[in-house]
Design a protein around this ligand. Sequence first.
Ligand SMILES: [Zn+2]
Length: 453
Amino acid sequence: MRKSLIILLALAPALGLAAPEQEPQVKENAQIAAVLSDISAKNIEATIRKLVSFGTRHTLSDTQSDTRGIGAARRWIQAEFERYSKENGGRLEVTLDDFIQPPGERNPQPVQVVNVVATLRGTQPESRDRIYVVSGHYDSRVTDVMNTTADAPGADDDASGVAAVMETARVMSRKNWDATLVFIAVAGEEQGLFGSTHWAKLAKEKNWNVAGMITNDIIGSSHADDGRVVKDHVRLFAEGVPPLREMPDPLRTLVRTGGENDSTARELARFIKPEAEKHVHGMTVDIIYRRDRYLRGGDHSPFLDAGFPAVRMTEPNEDFRHQHQDLRKENGVQIGDLPEFCDFDYIAQVARVNAAALGALALAPAVPANVEVETKELTNSTTLQWKPNTEADLAGYEIVWRDTTSPFWQHTIAAGNVNRFTLPVSKDNVLFGVRAIDKEWNASPAAYPFPRR
Ligand SMILES: [Zn+2]
């Protein structure tokens, strides 16, 4: 019998299995902390003001001018990524995902759409193929989504997200991470998620291992429309059961076993919140159990539709007078998405939340694969098994569990470096997860166990 199990069995009656079996890892990761302190609100402000200076970044706007329109904007973003790369030993690979979007509802003519992509290759051989994506969209719009010439500053929506992604790329490319990070400034969001749809489809076709995706869209303001100021919260939208017309078997099994709150997007959110809050002091990540806000969409959606875990970050209280609006004054009140309504210190905090999450993901081992709970016969214990991870620095695995009504993991036990583990907690009463741990205590997100008879 395993030592940890003996300890657990010995403790079980005394604890009533209610107390945490293992201290939560509250220690900050030094590399992540170093990266967070490099994030600069000044850089973020400069990026947003520069993006606004292109007048409009409408997807159908001018592409030839060097000073106005989406072409000038994307060439500048590309040059910035290349500058970060040059400053950090050429470690960011800057490429363009450049394609023609066929005509549709919001583009009567075929239109060239260009995603600017900066890739930071993972340095651990076993983890290089594991990819985490972070995006913001650099296109903008005014009231009429087909108005391609009016000034559309898009400071909050979504120069704020692009600036956070660029600053995160700049600081993270100074360090080594086990897994690969892909920073993308996408276009065509306002016309129908063109850029993100193209990249997510490409990833799916090429069978890339996109283990997580975060979109940052409207993360620029700490001011609500009623005057309230909230500088220390960010919303994280995380879908549960995807709204598919037909339910594939794995999804049916997830729902049938009470795992509707344990989709891979929810496990990603359940990972991001504590990692971000541990490293970004004073920030609270408010997980919202929903794909997105009503009437709105974002670049995480095509990733979810392709089957990848994807979530969306958005400011806590949106002021709709400063989104998708023609620049104008109404009763002396300025309407429009101008930089004066942005809070650059707040955006820097959200960038830190991103960097903490991405850093923790990219340092940790992969989520254990083929995690199963044995259901051969009726028992009041639980036996879990999984496929061994391949990372050279793997230390072992942790079992986590929580009440079925609880949003977050409540109990953790070290299983050691094994691939099968039994514990005296009834699978009928709780939700389990299995995490992989490396020798520096970096833990992966949890995997939900599927039943095996
Ligand atoms: Zn947006």
